[in-house]
Ligand binder design. Structure first.
Ligand code: CLF
Ligand code: SF4
Length: 500
């Protein structure tokens, strides 16, 4: 069965942005989907950009083994400050995993999705993976099941996946050309032997494509993840996007390569660079011509818990769970209530008539703005933001572009207000680093900001703005864009803006 593909403007539209036809209502990006697909997507934080502001996911790390080697992976590396796929602190048995899911479901009622994403490949550990899904579907049928795989074993488990009512499957597809594949995968383990180079990559690609077809023909939603590796597969990913769309993939998520020497990965040691934010965005935009793109991925750990970008895994280690008293029946009632409340809010948001952009001269250039936001509003102090959400405002409207992770430098609420921040030498460099990650942005919106970062941002050509605290993000971005237009400064990018 061919699945409908969300329009390429989906992320912006889901977030309540304006359509290219000239702004007005907040188009519901899911509205055109048949009901049964809409029901699968609307509360999944990865499949719906809008939902990720409200609904949480969790991963259980039950799958230690892997059947391929990727040049960007080293599963031995474990750092609780790290946040990337393949990294995990605590490996669980299926029984422990169920205990953990029940505890998290009780504590975080907005958790709607349980994913198995590693630290190895879930389908290289089929007994542990399917045992976990089986138990969970019996004990917590309200939780959606999700799995992420490299695809090598996918064709043989497509029926099993369908049997367990797993509606969401992610396949990591980095290429469709074995010669490119050989530069990403040194070997695969196939039919009891290691197969190296181009031949290994050819088998992997064939299996991924067969698996994709097997799932879409069964009505399962498939998201394709691709790691963008400059100079290796960056150009090629446009072709990948076309092919997976033609085969019925629902969403494409192009993620940046993370490669640092201290991770001990081949790419890290070889100093293979990852893409810049600008390169990533440009490729996502090019692929978006062919299919719907995911832009809000946070490259989660294999044991992540909570809203995307807000990992609460430390609160749910097994030693803590073992002493928790969980009344799951009461939690189920609470979960339903919270879920229903969020859905009412989301439905209202989808129906809201958004104000139109006014006073924007034709031909005005787009402006990137970074927002310290939470739950869809401008909510965070500049110095407390763990990440900035980046939006583009243009005469066509406002669209979500992606996120940029920060390093916290602010010592607390008070110091953020008066600029008295901890550890001066260190603070300086962290603040400088955070300002650097905002490159390309011309405005930063936050609820509050200290004098020191204010001055440094201005010096870097980024206008700080604390005037829209607690306002819905897209409305705030729209207003600031109008303010800039009113100053006549929608001119070439080199001009420093002063809008606050
Ligand atoms: Fe997990 Fe993946 Fe399911 Fe989401 S994550 S298995 S689809 S529930 Fe989401 Fe995390 Fe990005 Fe994955 S933000 S890494 S896309
Ligand atoms: Fe690592 Fe996943 Fe690649 Fe296996 S498939 S080597 S776990 S990134």
């Amino acid at each position: 069965m061919e699945l409908p593909v969300i329009s390429s403007s989906a992320p912006a539209a889901e977030g309540g942005g304006c359509s290219s036809s000239g702004c007005g209502t907040a188009p519901d990006a899911l509205a055109h989907l048949p009901d049964h697909i809409r029901a699968k997507v609307q509360d999944h934080p990865c499949y719906s950009e809008q939902a990720h502001h409200y609904f949480a996911r969790m991963h259980v790390a039950v799958a230690p083994a892997c059947n391929i080697q990727c040049n960007y992976c080293n599963r031995k590396y474990d750092c609780s400050n790290e946040s990337r796929p393949g990294v995990v602190s605590e490996l669980l048995t299926p029984d422990q995993a169920i205990k953990k899911v029940m505890a998290v479901a009780a504590e975080i009622p907005q958790m709607t999705v349980l994913g198995i994403a590693g630290p190895g490949d879930p389908l290289a550990n089929p007994a542990r993976t399917f045992e976990t899904f089986q138990q969970l579907s019996e004990k917590a049928p309200d939780i959606k099941l999700c799995v992420s795989t490299n695809g090598l074993n996918l064709p043989q488990y497509a029926d099993e996946i369908a049997k367990h009512n797993i509606d969401h499957v992610t396949i990591t597809i980095n290429c469709v050309d074995p010669e490119i594949g050989a530069k990403i995968y040194p070997w695969i383990y196939w039919e009891n032997k290691r197969i190296f180079g181009i031949e290994g990559a050819r088998i992997l690609i064939e299996q991924q494509q067969k698996g994709l077809e097997a799932l879409t023909s069964r009505g399962i939603l498939v998201k394709v993840n691709s790691v963008m590796i400059p100079g290796v597969n960056d150009e090629h990913l446009k072709e990948v996007s076309k092919i997976v769309k033609a085969k019925g993939a629902f969403l494409h998520n192009v993620m940046p390569l993370i490669a640092e020497a201290e991770h001990g990965t081949y790419y890290g040691i070889m100093e293979q660079r990852g893409p810049t934010d600008e390169e990533l965005q440009a490729l996502q935009d090019e692929c978006a011509g062919d299919m719907s793109m995911m832009r809000h991925c946070r490259q989660c750990r294999a044991d992540a818990v909570g809203l995307l970008g807000e990992d609460r895994g430390d609160e749910f280690t097994m030693d803590k769970i073992d002493v928790m008293e969980v009344d799951y029946e009461a939690a189920m009632v609470r979960r339903k209530q919270v879920h229903d409340e969020i859905m009412v809010k989301l439905d209202a948001e989808r129906g809201i008539v958004k104000p139109k952009l006014t006073g924007i001269p034709e031909g005005s250039r787009p402006v990137l703005m970074a927002v310290a936001g939470k739950n869809g509003v401008v909510a965070e102090h500049f110095g407390h933001a763990k990440e900035f959400l980046v939006y583009e405002a243009s005469p066509e409207g406002v669209r979500f572009i992606g996120h940029r992770k920060t390093e916290l430098y602010c010592g607390g609420m008070d110091s953020c207000g008066d600029g008295d921040v901890v550890g001066e030498g260190e603070t300086e460099s962290l603040l400088d680093r955070n300002i650097k990650i905002l490159s390309g942005c011309e405005v930063v919106l936050c609820s509050k900001i200290g004098y020191e970062p204010w001055g440094k941002l201005e010096a870097a050509g980024i206008a700080p703005n604390g005037e829209h605290a607690m306002e819905p993000i897209e409305e705030a971005v729209m207003k600031v864009y109008e303010e800039i237009a009113a100053t006549g400064k929608l001119l070439p990018k080199t001009e420093t803006l002063k809008v606050a």
